[in-house]
Design a protein around this ligand. Structure first.
Ligand SMILES: *Cc1c(COP(=O)(O)O)cnc(C)c1O
Length: 386
């Protein structure tokens, strides 16, 4: 049943109860999967060909817009497809002013693909106060942010940058994958576009790829829908169905993951094999106050620096029982990643150094397992480093 807006349903209710199932006369409780590539001309819902729309896309777009509390959402085949859709809306010669610590594949896409079409990028530290002056000075066509950043969990003051950008009518994109709309709402902070890789927390089960762009602006919704069909960036109906199903437990999953992460972040710092722990809602985070203001909770990613060289750091990662050494994040299962040789391997030594990514750094994506088991697993292997 469609949630009654006047009832003002909460987030968990909205995650479970969708709008239309597009199969009204069947009594189906779960929406069906519509694998059809094509639709009969003149059907009442206006579907024609799946590259430009499908019932499973619309069901997912509706629930994502409801979580984000915004008007529009467009779904894509992956987070990278969503990034491609936004970048493709710009013109040759346009400048994107980027946070210097963006997701690695965003950097690769801008520097190795869109640069060939003369899309220009400039990389700056948006946590630095003089970044506001650079917005005036450079007058970019777009600003691209990510907060918290990966893997060092730097927090960027989204509202302050959006306020400045809006003076010059510069659209701001926020990659919100690490937080999701449950922990941080970029559009409420003034962003034009809120981008998410639904592969991560939104789906939550590491079994589908997807991306989405949310906006309040019909102009941008039209551009995203155009990019979906014109560039062939559409997802598969089956993946949309899986992600829609995953969302039903998103609030539950995330709340358990955040509880586990906060408790682990506070615990890990006490171990003598740990040099430091970085977590947005940990008191010693350099931007703790801003994190508290901007986010509903600190999320479920923790970055730690071990007192160990690369070989021993690797052994630590490999010997954990419940933290699988793998890229990606946000699933119900805990993962550990060595950014210097995995997610950030393609960066130059110099860039890694500048960003603070070294051989002793590990990133934890905390899952939904029992806290005691995760704690015991980490403590056992940390003690092996002594
Ligand atoms: C994973 C990720 C992406 C890319 O998403 P895919 O679904 O893997 O294409 C973009 N941004 C961030 C922050 C991510 O973690």
């Amino acid at each position: 049943m469609q949630p009654d807006k006047s009832f003002n349903p909460g987030i968990q209710t909205r995650a479970i109860h969708h709008g239309k199932s597009y199969a009204d006369n069947t009594g189906t409780v779960m929406p069906p999967i519509f694998p059809s590539s094509t639709f009969t001309h003149g059907n009442p819902e206006g579907f024609d060909y799946t590259r430009s729309g499908n019932p499973n896309f619309r069901i997912l777009e509706d629930v994502l817009a409801s979580l984000e509390e915004c008007k529009y959402s467009t779904v894509f085949a992956s987070g990278v497809s969503a990034i491609t859709a936004i970048a493709s809306s710009l013109q040759s010669g346009d400048l994107i002013l980027c946070e210097e610590n963006l997701y690695g594949c965003t950097v690769r896409l801008f520097e190795q693909v869109f640069s060939k079409f003369k899309l220009q990028t400039k990389w700056i530290d948006f946590s630095n106060t003089n970044s506001l002056a650079l917005i005036d000075g450079l007058n970019p066509s777009m600003i691209w942010l990510e907060s918290p950043t990966n893997p060092l969990l730097k927090i960027i003051d989204i509202k302050r940058i959006c306020d400045k950008a809006s003076e010059n009518q510069i659209p701001v994109v926020v990659d919100n994958t690490f937080s999701t709309a449950l922990l941080q709402k970029p559009l409420d902070l003034g962003a034009t576009l809120s981008l998410t890789s639904t592969t991560k927390y939104i789906n939550g089960h590491s079994d589908a790829l997807g991306g989405a762009v949310c906006t309040q602006d019909v102009y941008w919704k039209d551009r995203m829908d155009f990019a979906q069909k014109a560039l062939g960036l559409q997802p598969s109906p089956f993946d949309c169905w899986l992600i829609t199903r995953g969302i039903k437990t998103l609030p539950l999953r995330l709340s358990k993951q955040v509880d586990n992460a906060l408790a682990l972040a506070n615990e890990l710092g006490k171990h003598p094999s740990v040099e430091w722990v970085r977590y947005p809602f940990k008191l010693d985070h350099p931007q703790y106050e801003l994190a508290k203001k901007q986010m509903a909770s600190g999320g479920a990613i923790i970055t730690i620096r071990l007192k160990a060289d690369q070989k021993r750091t690797y052994t630590f990662c490999k010997n954990l029982r419940y933290f699988n050494m793998a890229e990606s994040l946000g699933g119900v299962e805990s993962l550990i990643c060595h950014p210097a040789t995995m997610t950030h391997a393609s960066l130059s030594t110099e860039t890694k150094k500048k960003l603070g990514i070294d051989e002793s750094l590990v990133r934890l994506s905390v899952g939904c397992e029992d806290f005691a088991d995760l704690e015991k697993d980490l403590n056992q292997q940390l003690s092996q480093l002594l």
